[in-house]
Every structure is written in C-alpha cells, then in structure tokens.
Design a protein around this ligand. Structure first.
Ligand SMILES: [Zn+2]
Length: 292
C-alpha cells in the first residue's frame, strides 16, 4: 500500500462505500470483488496539472499523453487511470459552469430499440450500427473460440488474450463513437426524445453474446441521452415499463394480447393498418408522450 499514492486505496474505499449505499438503498446489487486484470483502474486526487502533451499526477509525476490536451477546460477534481488491453487511459473529472442552453426547436421524436437495427425513429428512419463494428463482432466470436482452445498458462494463451483484449477495445471504441454521434445528433435537433424504460440489467443476462453487446450499447446510449439532453436544451422522456409500445396499433390504439418477437410486420385486426414492428413502436412512444 505504501508504494502507491495514498489516494488509490482511499478512493477505492470511497467507491466501496458508495457501492454499499447503492445496495442498501435498493439501487444496485450487492457489491462484488473486483478481479485483477478486469477493468483495472484507480483514481487519484490532489495536484493534477495538464500540459499540452503531458499530465502531471501525484506520485507518478509528468506522464506523456498521446492525445492533445489543449481543448481542456474546467477545474480538475480527480484523475482516473484505467487500462484497456495494453494501453492506459487517464480521464479527468472537471467542474465547469455550463450556461443554460437555448431550447431546441422542432418536433419530438420516439426512439425504439430495434432487433434488426440499432434503433428506429418515429419518423421511419432506421439506424444501423456501423458495418465495421458488425464485422469486428464476428471476428470476436472466432477469436474467443480460438482463445478458449489454448492451453491454460501457455505463452500462446497470453498472446491470444492480448489479441482478444485489443479487439474488445477496438469494438468498444467503435461502438462508443457511433453512440456519441447518434446521441449528439438527436439531443441537438429534437426537443423531446421519447424512449422505452427497459430493464437493461435483465437484458444483458440473456445468454447470447451479440444480444448482450447490443443491450449494453442501448444502456450506454440511454445514459448519453440523459446528460446530453440537459447539455443541449432538449429533454428525455421515458415511457413506463408496462406501456405496450410494440403491441399497440399506432393508428387506432388497439392493443394485441401478444406479439411474438419473430413477427416483424403485422396488420391490425381492428382497423387493418399495416405495421412495421419497430416503426410502430417508435410512433407509439411518441404518441404516449403527446397524450401524457
Ligand atoms: Zn388499428
């Protein structure tokens, strides 16, 4: 403990405290031990300075950084260092006054999480995740399989672990870039963004890797929308969990008792309207907001 900055254990205890508070107040599950090598990170407070090509950290001194830091603004509160594969990142928490944004003009929009597409808008627009991301997800499958066949403790396994970790990092970056662009576009151009209240924790548990990744992406997207709508003067509206956005006919309001996931198109038995499953759901979300 004495080899590292006193902040590292201190801040870890602070995190533990928050984890227990979240647990006892019913916001999170019981804290789990962190595993070495998985999401390695620590947080430092104290004198942190930023230079054009360096960051000065307590105990570690001046550390060269790859990215230019000239665009940096705000008062630094803490620095978090984290490792992704064979790279280290430093993120700085800053305090900064942001002037109240002017309200965004235009029409509200409903956004549904698609199964075939990343998201579908109530305007009918279908948004797909970038091809390169899809390709890398396929490569990930192959690489994971190869990795699992390597002998435990062998140098070949170590090498493949690094390859795998690098690919995970690339996928994460591609996904984040895509999510940032989309959430910024929506938050800047739509006064109200209506989404469904999905239990992301439950979805991630559902077995398949590709599904789990898509669900995690949706959770991240939600989180981005939450803060970006506040930054840019729009707002996020969340339809309640029991709202039947998929099963409701957006033309007449008839609600089907059931709609299987495999059904992509359906015709309303009440009014005869033909629906694309995801567009209909997005339109319903928008209608929910307009009537609420
Ligand atoms: Zn109908």
């Amino acid at each position: 403990m004495y080899e590292v900055s006193k902040c590292a254990p201190q801040e870890a205890l602070r995190d533990l405290d928050r984890a227990f508070k979240n647990f006892f107040e019913g916001r999170a599950a019981f804290p789990k031990f962190k595993k070495k090598g998985v999401h390695d990170s620590f947080r430092l407070t104290g004198t942190i300075k930023v230079f054009p090509k360096h960051v000065q950290l307590p105990r570690l001194g001046k550390v060269r950084v790859k990215e230019e830091t000239t665009k940096f603004r705000g008062r630094i509160l803490s620095a978090t260092l984290s490792r992704e594969a064979d790279r280290w990142h430093v993120s700085l928490q800053v305090e900064l006054e942001i002037p109240d944004p002017a309200p965004v003009e235009g029409d509200p929009i409903g956004v549904d999480v698609g199964l075939d597409h990343f998201a579908v808008l109530s305007t009918g627009e279908k948004i797909e995740a970038p091809r390169s991301l899809e390709r890398n997800l396929k490569r990930l499958k192959k690489l994971s399989r190869q990795h699992s066949r390597k002998q435990k403790g062998s140098s070949n396994r170590k090498k493949s672990a690094l390859r795998l970790a690098r690919l995970h990092r690339r996928i994460k970056n591609q996904r984040r870039d895509f999510l940032h662009k989309l959430s910024t576009r929506l938050a800047k151009t739509k006064p109200v963004i209506v989404v469904e209240d999905l239990a992301v924790e439950n979805m991630v548990k559902n077995g398949r890797l590709s599904r789990a990744i898509a669900d995690a992406a949706w959770g991240e997207f939600r989180r981005m929308l939450e803060y970006k709508t506040r930054w840019y003067g729009s707002r996020l509206a969340v339809a309640p969990r029991f709202f039947p956005s998929s099963r409701r006919c957006s033309a007449c309001g008839h609600v089907l008792s059931e709609l299987r996931l495999s059904i992509r198109h359906w015709t309303c038995p009440e009014c005869g309207a033909c629906h694309d499953r995801d567009v209909n759901a997005a339109v319903n979300l928008l209608q929910w907001f307009n009537s609420a």
